[in-house]
Structure formats: structure tokens, C-alpha cells
Design a protein around this ligand. Structure first.
Ligand SMILES: O=C(O)CCC(=O)C(=O)O
Length: 369
């Protein structure tokens, strides 16, 4: 039966429920973005000139290999400063080969280039594994309007499970990437927590990065990029995210207003740097550090020029972990800014709502009024 793109419900079924995705919609030849993807004026994203950015941490990547040499303290200082200001930096010499990064982008293209039926076997409720999910928009049932993005999400438990259930187009490279990202994230958490004067036991460190998930995002070309949003503004809920983006560009980060430094709130486009990985702090680190570190609020612009892929590896606390400000930090600060939350409650909140900036943090914030 032909799909009526005039009717929002059948369009939603075609894109989301039947698994054609936005890619299927674009492949059908649409020339105008349907209403269910049109964002209100205040959420639309302008292309901002990345070259105009003077932000040090956007233009100068941090060389992680220098952590093992005489510049160790300087690199730690750069990581800590980035964590306190933007909650974001780009990393080079991170231990992942260019071959692996190229293979990941190829694998993402291969997965999404398949016919809809091949991807639909990973739809929620259909997928052989609850840990593998193919979807469109962050939480399509809640997102109004929908994001212009298809993705496949792969949660890690064991190598055996990953090799059995993750899509064959990407499972090997995604698994390598997830392991190397987790190693990198563990080291960064150690550094950041260590800078707060806290030495966490191995078991505690492991539980802060106990949930490991790799996503592959596909942003099809869009006939009206000025009306749509690839990923709505949000911060990640977990500890740290490592993200590989291709050279299409479109990832933007919000720089908060700083009246002391005399700077206005603005969105800045993150330049694409060949071989670099984007590192984002999540809400968990903002809570643990009692607000000294910031989770990075980010969003993604769409483009009419070419499809974009990005591959985030998320590390988050295990569901039963209690997340609250580190006692040492609370003592120094004279009190907590956040209450202790059980991470699974935070996750339920995060996945139960559409993206809305850093609103989830309110759940943990202690009201000062
Ligand atoms: O595609 C990107 O650059 C960002 C993706 C993202 O924010 C996400 O998957 O949560």
C-alpha cells in the first residue's frame, strides 16, 4: 500500500514502526520535510561557522599519548580545565588506529545502506536481543517533533553475546571500539576523580563505567535542514561518552553564559578533526563532582549535502549504583548541590522523556529555595 505522507500517523508507522527509518523516507524521493519533523522556531539550528570559533578546546585537541611522558601534568591540567568549562574536548593519539576509525564509519554506512527489512529485524520488540535496537529519533513515542536520525544501539554484556547478536555488518569493529573506548574512559575518570583528591577503588571505578553501549547514528540528507534537528539538545546521562564523527560536521555544543568572563550563551560547532575523537562528560560526572565538572549540552544539525554518521560509545554507571557528590568534595564545598540517586531511576527519567537540554539534572539537584 502506498504511504500517504500527508497523514502523520501512517507516516509515523512507515518511518518508525515498520522500520523504514528516515533513510527510507528520503529514498522514497520526498522533496519537502513532513510536518512531524518540523521543529518550532526556537529549536531550529543555524549553521554556525566553526572556523570563527576561538574556543581553545574546540580547536586544539588534547594529545592523550602525552599522558605517558614528561608533559603528563600539563595534559591532566588540560583535561581538567576542559571538564570544568565545556565538559568537552577532542582527543588525538588516543590508542585507536585510523584503520579502526575508518572501518567503523564504513560499517555504519553498510548497516544503514541495507534494505529496510534487514534493519527492521532489530526493531524493539522484534530484535532477538533486548540489547540491540534499531530506531528512529531518540524516543520516537515521546519526541514531538521527531529527530532526523536513524540509529542502531548495541549494549555490551559479553563478547559472546555481542558476536551472536550485534549486526554482522558492524559487530567486530564496534566491539573493538567499545573496548578501547572503555579503556580510555576509565583512564579519564581516574584522572578527573583523582584531581578532586579522591582515589577510587578499582571496583568503584568499574561500576561507574559498568554499562557500555555503542550506537551508530545515521543522519540522512534533509531537503529542509533549516526546519529539522538531527539530535535535540541534551547532555548524556552517563559518566563519559567517546564519539567518532565523520567529516560532514553538524555537532554543536552549548557554551553557557559567563557573566564574570563577559561571555554570552552561544552554540558552537565542533570542528571535524581527522583521527580525533570527541570526549563528552555526562551528568554522572557533574553530580559526582558536586558541579565542578560540567556535562556537555550538545545537539546535531542536519544538512542537505550528504548523509552523516557518528558513533558514540557511552559508559555509564551500573543500574544499582548510587550516584551522589563525592563526600570529600561535599566537605570542601560546605554542602552538596545534588542528592544521591540510584542510577536506574536516572536512566528511566532520561529514556522516558524527549531530549530537553540538561533538564534531567533537576531530578538530582537540591533545591536552594
Ligand atoms: O551525532 C553526534 O555527533 C551526537 C550524537 C549524540 O548526541 C547521541 O547519540 O546521543
Amino acid at each position: 500500500m502506498a504511504v500517504s505522507f500527508e497523514d502523520g500517523n501512517s507516516l509515523f508507522d512507515f518511518v518508525v514502526k515498520d522500520g523504514n527509518g528516515i533513510k527510507g523516507l528520503v529514498d522514497s524521493g520526498i522533496v519537502k520535510v513532513p510536518e512531524i519533523f518540523v521543529h518550532p522556531l526556537d529549536e531550529r539550528i543555524e549553521k554556525v561557522d566553526e572556523k570563527g570559533s576561538k574556543e581553545h578546546f574546540l580547536t586544539v585537541p588534547i594529545d592523550l599519548s602525552k599522558l605517558d611522558g614528561p608533559d603528563h601534568d600539563q595534559v591532566v591540567n588540560d583535561i581538567v580545565t576542559a571538564a570544568k568549562t565545556l565538559g568537552f574536548f577532542q582527543a588525538i593519539n588516543h590508542g585507536m588506529s585510523l584503520d579502526l576509525l575508518e572501518s567503523l564509519k564504513d560499517a555504519a554506512h553498510q548497516f544503514f545502506a541495507q534494505p529496510p527489512e534487514a534493519k527492521a529485524v532489530y526493531l524493539k520488540g522484534v530484535s532477538r536481543s533486548p540489547l540491540v535496537k534499531y530506531a528512529t529519533s531518540f524516543t520516537a513515542e515521546k519526541d514531538k517533533p521527531l529527530e532526523w536520525r536513524d540509529y542502531v544501539s548495541m549494549a555490551y554484556t559479553t563478547d559472546g553475546d555481542a558476536l551472536e547478536h550485534w549486526p554482522k555488518e558492524c559487530k567486530e569493529v564496534a566491539l573493538d571500539y567499545m573496548k578501547l573506548s572503555a579503556k580510555m574512559i576509565r583512564r579519564l575518570v581516574e584522572i578527573l576523580v583523582g584531581n578532586l583528591g579522591v582515589n577510587l577503588e578499582d571496583s568503584k571505578l568499574e561500576s561507574l563505567i559498568g554499562i557500555k553501549v555503542v550506537n551508530m547514528n545515521f543522519y540522512p540528507t534533509c531537503p529542509n535542514p533549516e526546519l529539522t534537528v538531527g539530535a535535540g539538545r541534551h547532555s548524556d546521562m552517563g559518566t563519559i561518552t567517546v564519539l567518532l564523527q565523520d567529516d560532514v560536521g553538524g555537532l554543536q555544543i552549548r557554551v553557557e553564559e559567563d557573566t564574570v568572563a563577559g561571555r554570552k550563551e552561544e552554540w558552537i560547532e565542533i570542528p571535524t578533526i581527522p583521527g580525533a575523537l570527541v570526549v563528552n562528560l555526562g551528568d554522572t560526572l557533574q553530580i559526582l563532582s558536586n558541579g565542578w565538572y560540567r556535562s556537555a549540552e550538545h545537539r546535531v544539525r542536519t544538512t542537505s549535502k550528504q548523509p552523516r554518521v557518528s558513533i558514540p560509545a557511552f559508559c555509564s554507571p551500573t543500574p544499582t549504583e548510587k550516584i551522589g557528590p563525592l563526600p570529600q568534595q561535599v566537605e570542601l564545598d560546605g554542602g552538596p548541590l545534588y542528592r544521591e540517586v540510584i542510577f536506574k531511576d536516572y536512566m528511566a527519567l532520561f529514556f522516558g522523556n524527549a531530549h530537553d537540554g540538561k533538564k534531567c539534572l533537576d531530578f538530582a539537584k537540591i533545591s536552594t529555595i
